[in-house]
Ligand binder design. Structure first.
Ligand code: FE
Ligand code: MN
Length: 361
């Protein structure tokens, strides 16, 4: 169907069929290559909606006051060494981790997906990782922590080094010119998206999130607590973005969704959980601040199951309850979960991953 515009002496003809054809070629991977960033018409409306949601949550580290945190940090009697150590571990781990996530988006995921609205949301995601990395810089400088010490933690705290190694090894082989018509490579990308979204941001971030928010709940480090609350709100959107990306990728490439592949992903989550539990024991070597490492380990099992469930995989501990209901309140898990259930139902109508039924979630 042609539409004609006659303006002055000129006639412009727009062929709608050609445009529809281009739209139909929008895909997560192996879609139409275009240099014109054709956002419209949107095929993945959820990605655009998430982009807008992320943008509406914009925050800047400098807007968060750090005076109270600095007073507490300097005052020897106000805080125990264990509490200071949690902050050191938080700053040390996340300084590396936020950068790793952003780098993987820019050099792997955003490079390999083809639909412009997915690239739009991923660009915002990468930018938020920059804000998170910057917030750590701001915490370090506000408290007067030696940046060399922070850097040294990446290499010299074995549990941090192992967590970082676990994710970066899945990123480095996927850079540029990956032939995504090959099933093996599609699986590699799906694995990368699962690993970063569900295992790392979705699970391995939550040990420290919980500890730092517990401290904030006792009025310790209110500024850092506020920044972690903002970060956590952003992370919920990142997890959702990667969860949807994963599910649509599988939906469009159902040949990768084999029993073996599912088992491989569950095994990856198991490994992520083991690494996180070892890390938690380094963050909380003594249970002196009202926080117990055992409870945090149970919390990680609970979170990991939610992530597995969210992408249609079998959980590891059926029926496990959240040991920290107050944390669910603080981090607004409930709201996130409702949003997430809504999306799943909506998405399932057109999904081949229909085996995840509502009552399983
Ligand atoms: Fe982040
Ligand atoms: Mn993130």
């Amino acid at each position: 169907m042609d539409k004609k515009y006659e303006i002055g002496g000129k006639v412009f003809v727009l062929d709608e069929d050609k445009a529809v054809e281009a739209y139909n070629q929008k895909k997560v991977i192996n879609g139409r290559e275009t240099m014109t960033f054709n956002l419209l018409p949107l095929k993945y409306q959820w990605a655009y909606d998430l982009y807008r949601k992320m943008k509406a949550n914009h925050w800047e580290p400098e807007d968060v006051p750090m005076q109270k945190d600095l007073e507490q940090w300097k005052n020897q009697s106000e805080l125990s060494d264990s509490e200071r150590w949690i902050i050191m571990m938080g700053i040390g781990y996340f300084s590396a981790a936020e950068g790793i996530v952003g780098d993987n988006i820019q050099h792997v995921v955003r490079e390999l997906v083809t639909a412009p609205e997915l690239k739009l949301a991923l660009g915002r995601h990468a930018h938020e990782e920059n804000i998170h990395a910057d917030s750590l810089l701001y915490m370090i400088s506000s408290l007067g922590i030696n940046p060399h010490e922070c850097e040294a933690m990446f290499e010299q705290i074995e549990t941090i080094r192992r967590k970082n190694e676990f994710v970066t090894s899945a990123s480095k082989n996927l850079r540029r010119d990956l032939d995504l018509t090959k099933t093996e490579n599609k699986k590699e990308l799906a694995k990368n998206i699962f690993l970063f979204g569900q295992c790392m941001e979705g699970t391995q971030f939550y040990g420290l999130f919980g500890m730092i928010l517990s401290l904030a709940r006792q009025n310790k480090f209110p500024g850092i607590g506020q920044m972690f609350r903002y970060t956590l709100r952003d992370e919920s959107n990142h997890i959702e973005l990667f969860r949807n990306l994963f599910r649509v990728l599988v939906d469009e490439n159902p040949e990768i969704w084999t029993t073996d592949f599912k088992e491989e992903l569950v095994a990856l989550m198991k490994e992520a959980v083991i690494l996180e539990k070892e890390f938690i024991r380094d963050c909380l070597p003594v249970s002196s601040v009202g926080l117990s490492a055992d409870e945090f380990c149970t919390y990680i099992d609970y979170i990991a199951d939610r992530r597995l469930n969210g992408v249609g995989l079998d959980v590891l501990h059926p029926g496990l309850e959240n040991p920290f209901p107050w944390l669910a309140e603080t981090i607004d898990v409930k709201k996130e979960q409702n949003f997430f259930e809504g999306r799943v139902t909506e998405y399932q109508k057109s999904s081949s991953l229909a085996e995840v039924s509502d009552d399983e979630l």
